[in-house]
Design a protein around this ligand. Structure first.
Ligand SMILES: [Zn+2]
Length: 521
């Protein structure tokens, strides 16, 4: 019996909520799949998990994109939001909750409560502001941050904005934020990103503007409570989603269970939005008297065919189309297995296909297929029962020693857990792949087909050994199915079905688990 209450083992996992000014691209899929792996991994070890995603609707860039498309903002935002929500199917995401910030009734009341809480703490004030604003980034830039007068992300000249805005007293929280991060209470992984945040805080934190004139926002967004001339800055609004979805504004019990009393509050995000999540958001929470996230896991960016993903480059590959073309397993495997923890990764169809063919079709698929096929060929599909065998102690038995494979199976769970705790998804796939690799080597070394031939020639001991080898290999496939589940849930289910004997101890006929993908032209 567990001595911990359910609340103590609750884990809340979020992705960032993408702008819906365009359709989803592969970079979104990376973050969704990483978060899904973590959610499935935690559920598998018995945690209560809430995995949440959503869409950032209240952005000026959504308004501009809708105008350019000749559509109403509502219609445009809803259509793109639906495309993001629909990714759960083709990517096999185990999402528990989705919040769309312009239409979800939980959101606006929660953002308003957050505003009031920070105002009550004395952290909001009105001031005149002039600065250069990039709509693409939805943020102000200091002149020193611009490159040749242009936004470093968008190669476009930010707009000069001069207006009266509401400000948040970020400067007040520098010391506290620094403590939270250096103490490890707020973990930022990988370490290079933690250093980056600490250096930013040490450089001095300036208060930041948290509202826009309603006119400049084209009337789209959440009005500032008590000041209809202003709408709330889209980042303030968007960051709030992590608690508004838990009922911060509606009074649901979820906030206690999944935020205040949760054992982990984990945000996954890309390096481009680190400052918002590791500085602005925790400061807002401190001001409002709420708990901070426990883990911020940061991924780098993907490029496609060597180029940064962007609408203008026209390389924003639709992940749903990619999953339809190559399969969900192949797409997830590339995102998890090829993308390093640090450094940008380049996607090409060739790489996806090579990885899937080498490791899924040839490696894992071939292993499971030949083990199940041998049990059918040599044992009529019945899983050998080792208990009926007498003890064996010959040199041949020792040669069939499976210590390396046994160790891979035994250690996988711990090694996966430790890699995932650091947000290193590629490292976490290693122990899983190692089971398949070791099992294939084991079969090549032991050569069960030779044992079967010797058994047919009357060598009873070879038959006993064959039983042991088949049982060991089948056991490894079952462990593989379990460990693979967070990464490739669909493939894991197929492997599990192949390895599970029905009541009378027989396996189903082997079927190919992965089809070999054709080389891209
Ligand atoms: Zn920009």
């Amino acid at each position: 019996m567990s001595t911990q209450s359910a609340t103590e083992r609750s884990v809340y996992i979020t992705t960032t909520i993408p702008y819906v000014n365009a359709r989803p691209h592969l970079g979104h899929a990376l973050e969704f799949v990483q978060a899904d792996v973590l959610a499935r991994h935690c559920r598998r070890r018995g945690d209560h998990v809430r995995f949440q995603t959503g869409t950032d609707d209240n952005s000026l860039k959504n308004v501009i994109a809708a105008n350019a498309a000749g559509l109403g903002v509502r219609e445009f935002v809803d259509a793109n939001a639906a495309a993001f929500v629909a990714l759960a199917g083709p990517l096999s995401l185990s999402v528990d909750d989705v919040i769309c910030t312009s239409s979800d009734p939980r959101h606006r009341v929660g953002v308003e409560r957050l505003w009031h809480a920070c105002a009550a703490a004395g952290d909001l004030y009105r001031a005149h502001y002039q600065g250069r604003y990039c709509v693409g980034c939805e943020q102000f830039y200091a002149d020193a941050e611009l490159i040749g007068g242009q936004c470093p992300e968008h190669d476009a000249e930010p707009q000069l904005v001069s207006e009266e805005n509401w400000f948040f007293r970020l400067s007040r929280y520098a010391g506290q934020l620094h403590d939270e991060i250096t103490s490890g209470r707020l973990r930022i992984e990988p370490p290079g990103r933690r250093k980056e945040v600490l250096a930013f805080i040490e450089g001095g934190l300036a208060d930041f503007s948290i509202s826009r004139s309603t006119q400049r926002a084209h009337g789209w967004g959440i009005p500032v409570p008590g000041d209809p001339s202003q709408v709330i800055y889209v980042w303030w609004d968007a960051l709030g989603n992590y608690v508004t979805a838990l009922g911060y504004g509606t009074g649901a019990d979820d906030l206690t269970r999944w935020w205040t009393a949760a054992s982990r509050r984990v945000h996954l995000l890309g390096k481009g939005v680190l400052r918002f999540h590791a500085v602005y958001w925790p400061a807002m929470l401190l001001s409002a008297g709420l708990a901070l996230p426990t883990d911020i896991l940061v991924h780098d960016h993907l490029t496609v065919d060597g180029a940064k993903i962007s609408k203008s480059a026209g390389n924003g590959i639709d992940p749903a189309a990619l999953a339809a073309e190559y399969g969900t397993d192949a797409l997830r495997w590339w995102l998890l297995r090829d993308v390093p923890r640090t450094g940008d990764a380049d996607f090409t169809r060739e790489r996806l296909v090579a990885r899937a063919n080498d490791e899924l079709a040839n490696g894992i698929g071939n292993l499971v297929h030949r083990v199940v096929a041998m049990i059918h060929r040599y044992r009529d599909g019945r899983v050998p029962d080792l208990h009926s065998r007498a003890g064996e102690d010959s040199s041949r038995t020792r040669a069939a020693d499976s210590a390396g494979l046994d160790a891979s199976c035994r250690d996988a769970q711990g090694r996966v857990a430790s890699a995932l705790a650091d947000g290193d998804f590629r490292l976490a796939t290693g122990p899983v792949w190692q089971i398949a690799d070791e099992a294939n080597r084991y079969l090549s070394r032991i050569r069960p087909w030779d044992l079967a031939r010797a058994e047919s020639a009357g060598d009873r001991e070879a038959g006993h050994l064959l039983d042991r080898v088949l049982t060991t290999a089948l056991g490894a496939c079952e462990v593989l199915a379990g460990e693979l589940e967070p990464f490739l849930p669909d493939a894991a289910a197929r492997i599990g079905a192949q390895c599970a004997s029905n009541g009378d101890g027989y396996l189903v006929r082997p079927v190919p688990l992965f089809s070999r993908l054709p080389e891209p032209e």
